[in-house]
Design a protein around this ligand. Sequence first.
Ligand SMILES: Nc1ncnc2c1ncn2[C@@H]1O[C@H](COP(=O)(O)OP(=O)(O)O)[C@@H](O)[C@H]1O
Ligand SMILES: [Mg+2]
Length: 354
Amino acid sequence: MPGNRENQKEIFKRLREQGIPGYKIEGILGSGAMATVFRGRQTSLNRIVAIKVLKSRLAKDENYVRRFHIEGRSAAKLNHHNIVSAIDVGQAGEYHYFVMEYVEGDTIDAVLKQGKVYEEKEALTIIIQVARALKHAHEHWIIHRDIKPKNIMITTHGVVKLADMGLARELTDLAAIEAEKGQVWGTPYYIAPEQIRGKRDVDGRADIYSLGATLYHMVTGRVPFHHENKREIMNMHLHTSLTPPDHINKKLSIGISEMIEIMMKKNPEDRYQNAKILIDDIESILKGNPPIRAHQSIDVDRFSPLATGDFVPPEMSALEYETIIRRQRIALIVCGVSLVVVILTLIIFLMLFL
Ligand SMILES: Nc1ncnc2c1ncn2[C@@H]1O[C@H](COP(=O)(O)OP(=O)(O)O)[C@@H](O)[C@H]1O
Ligand SMILES: [Mg+2]
């Protein structure tokens, strides 16, 4: 976008003049809805870094800026080789910035834009690394909130790096989007339904939904829901059922298709409940086996005891559980029939002999 490019150059010029203490701004890496990313040099260590600078319209929002700094600091606590490491967060003049590890490589978004449809195995090898990054972050109570192809980078050595960890995403509820109609905001293609509803208490399961939507795009070549109108896309996330990925790409296994559908369930309760069990299923599919946990959650969902909170041993498979329930039912019927027979015999006996 020429306008966007102009804007980037302008910020670049002003930032170079003004400077960020400890860093030298060297070039422009890219731009998103909320920030512009520059290539810089950390002078103390003489290393290349990426510096994300908040756009001025967001810098005016006090709440957002506060969250940006708090979350920047908490993201700096994370240390995982699949997460772009956070280095520094601060303010220089009117600019709020976030310094992070520089990743040399492509984003998944750039690859998808070249028209690539990923082979199942290649996609899973990438997604499992993002799932490991999420497991680590979630265990530290950090939710990403903006998992999408543009935030997943692959280094020139083939290592997956998840970017923007912990950076707050703003304006996710429909009312706010409505108020900002016509503006170029972040993409709604991968956003979880509960984020669209503007729920304040979104948890790691929102990241699992967005990762599912990203994987969907990678293996089918299409976003899960498409429409000209962003608001309509969000309505589709809320209400439209998903076309199973293997209906679009016939080469996909049933396993990966099932897994994506569970990752993208509208209700967070019906999804994989954490990144660990998702990783188990990806590993299972990569070994050529069906996704174990996917089957459990589909089948177990149908059982009312789970809904009422009854204890089900986690190691028990859905099939074993179903067998036990069936046996219990048969036992109940046999007991009932026997009881009726005994009572009837007793009545007949009494009538005959009394
Ligand atoms: N740590 C990084 N190292 C190298 N390039 C980066 C880094 N982070 C972001 N970029 C580049 O900057 C672009 C814009 O990033 P960003 O502002 O985060 O966009 P978005 O908000 O859409 O995620 C990315 O598409 C990527 O090309
Ligand atoms: Mg980003």
